[in-house]
Write a protein that binds this ligand. Structure first.
Ligand code: NAD
Length: 265
């Protein structure tokens, strides 16, 4: 159902973003990817998204912590194709109590997790509104809905992303029609997902459990995620693909938890 459409996925060189790019490719989209990584990692990501079914997988380089870099990336993306689907998935984490959180870390996390999504949206959304079709999916987190200790910039940035997405959803709500598909803006809010992002947190718990990684994972889940199961990146990608479907034209301004019951408590 996405054939003839184009997508841009940020943070698609690893983890959830890579799985989303693959799933959108499998649904028929041509998928532009962004993200940091070695030349080998970027090439491997392109191969995987192509193998999943994307007819074209251009890579757009940009360190999203720099607004000027986001702007020049978006100019290149628009020259390739104005994206019909925009997924802001790039994100970073650092855990420390607020008094020990370096000010530069705050700035960097807010820049990547929140401001970069503002910049891609301000440059891509007007075109979607004009064409009457668009899907913006921002990968927030349960930490866009509830807090945890030691994550001040992460939680602040993800709450901000949820709010930003609601504003954009309202502004785009009346664009297009049932026939054109409309323009929606939503957040997906994962709980624990098995990716490199959470590895430092798993390692810290594993160390406390005498080096047993599985025990570290169990401990993380026991604290917050009632299903006691990690999500896989592909599980999160499936929700993103659903949001891109024509039938999801009236699903907008939502922050959808995929969290094993974390935020139901
Ligand atoms: P990951 O570390 O595997 O991937 C992060 C991606 O962001 C990578 O492609 C990386 O290159 C990119 N990135 C980081 N800094 C960047 C920068 N300055 N410029 C451009 N790209 C940059 O992590 P992940 O777990 O796949 O995380 C993806 C998103 O999902 C993040 O926004 C994260 O906050 C969110 N999330 C993850 C979990 C989880 O448990 N893993 C839970 C909730 C939300």
């Amino acid at each position: 159902f996405l054939s003839g459409r184009t997508a841009l996925v940020t943070g698609a060189t690893s983890g959830i973003g890579l799985a989303i790019a693959e799933a959108l490719g499998a649904a028929g989209a041509r998928v532009a990817i962004n993200g940091l990584g070695s030349a080998e990692q970027i090439e491997a990501a392109k191969q995987r998204v192509g193998a999943a079914g994307a007819a074209e997988v251009p890579y757009f380089d940009a360190d999203l912590s720099d607004p000027a870099a986001v702007e020049s990336m978006m100019a290149k993306v628009q020259a390739w194709s104005p994206p019909d689907v925009l997924v802001n998935c790039a994100g970073v984490q650092h855990t420390a109590p607020i008094g020990e959180m370096p000010a530069a870390t705050w700035d960097r996390i807010v820049a990547i997790n929140l401001s970069a999504a503002f910049h891609t949206m301000r440059l891509a959304l007007p075109g979607m509104v004009e064409r009457g079709f668009g899907r913006v999916v921002n990968i927030a987190s349960v930490h866009g809905l509830v807090a945890s200790v030691q994550k001040s910039p992460y939680v602040a940035s993800k709450f901000g992303l949820v709010g930003l997405s609601k504003v954009a959803a309202l502004e785009a709500a009346a664009a297009g029609s049932r026939q054109s598909g409309g323009v929606t803006v939503n957040c997906v809010c994962p709980g624990w997902v098995e990716t490199p992002l959470i590895e430092p947190q798993i390692s810290a718990r594993a160390r406390a459990a005498g080096g047993d990684r599985e025990a570290g994972v169990r401990e993380l889940l026991r604290e917050k995620q009632p299903s006691l199961r990690m999500s896989l990146p592909a599980d999160i990608a499936a929700t993103v693909v659903f949001l891109c479907r024509p039938e999801a034209h009236n699903l907008t301004g939502a922050a959808i938890p995929v969290d094993g019951g974390w935020t139901a408590q």
